[in-house]
Design a protein around this ligand. Structure first.
Ligand code: CA
Length: 223
């Protein structure tokens, strides 16, 4: 799952990014509203976390501009200003939820899970594809009842394929889903992660197929 944090308090955003990366999220940070607008219009995010008081373009204007462009990413507002009118303005501009600073990381994570479930195809906690099961609450995969141990990148790649299981996912889309701004995405890195995932799926009825020139497909023997 790829997240964008738009926050001008660098200490706070670095702290948040570190904690969320430890939880296997792919995290990008930008520090003003203009960069936030650009990122949201050009990259696929699963959730955006937006501070309201931002330089260049304020949070409310950023949310409005994002929605005006037809970007439907779930938006969580972070606000230091706990006044009712700020929260109402944010929600009216098109945000989905808000959290007042200071907040507990566990509450932020619960809200991120709730927001990503809102856009997911199924609201159930457990999704399955053949013997592969994803628990959307713990964000862990099980294969035939056994937990799969995955690196953050392997997890992000498998999650992207899993959510589109049965359909072909292009390499370009995979790259944008699993690499943040600080990474250097490459074709060969994707191939390496696919190779590692294939090893971990070996012996089961679910596999990753390569469709030359098109991308990758998570499939089961049954289909
Ligand atoms: Ca701020």
């Amino acid at each position: 799952m790829r997240l964008l944090i738009v926050e001008d308090n660098l200490k706070l955003s670095a702290w948040l990014a570190k904690l969320l990366r430890a939880e296997r999220y792919i995290v990008d940070c930008v520090n003003d509203g203009d960069d936030g607008a650009h990122a949201l219009q050009t990259q696929p995010y699963d959730v955006a976390i937006i501070d309201l008081g931002l330089p260049k373009m304020g949070g409310i204007d950023l949310i409005r501009a994002t929605r005006d462009r037809g970007v439907t990413v779930p938006i969580l507002i972070l606000t230091a200003n706990d006044s009712l009118s700020h929260r109402v303005k944010g929600l009216d501009a098109g945000a989905d939820d808000y959290l007042s600073k200071p907040f507990e990381i566990s509450e932020l994570e619960a809200r991120l899970r709730a927001l990503s479930r809102r856009t997911a195809t199924s609201k159930r906690a457990q999704l399955s594809f053949g013997p592969l099961v994803l628990d959307q609450n713990t964000r862990l995969f099980e294969l035939a009842g056994k937990q799969l141990h995955l690196s953050p990148r392997e997890y992000a790649l498998l999650e992207t394929l899993f959510r589109k299981a049965g359909t072909t996912v292009s390499k370009a889309w995979l790259m944008e889903s699993i690499f943040g701004f600080e990474d250097e995405p490459s074709d060969s890195a994707i191939e390496l992660y696919v190779h590692r995932l294939r090893k971990k799926l070996e012996g089961s009825t679910v596999s990753i197929a390569t469709l030359r020139g098109l991308g990758y497909l998570l499939r089961t023997l049954e289909n």
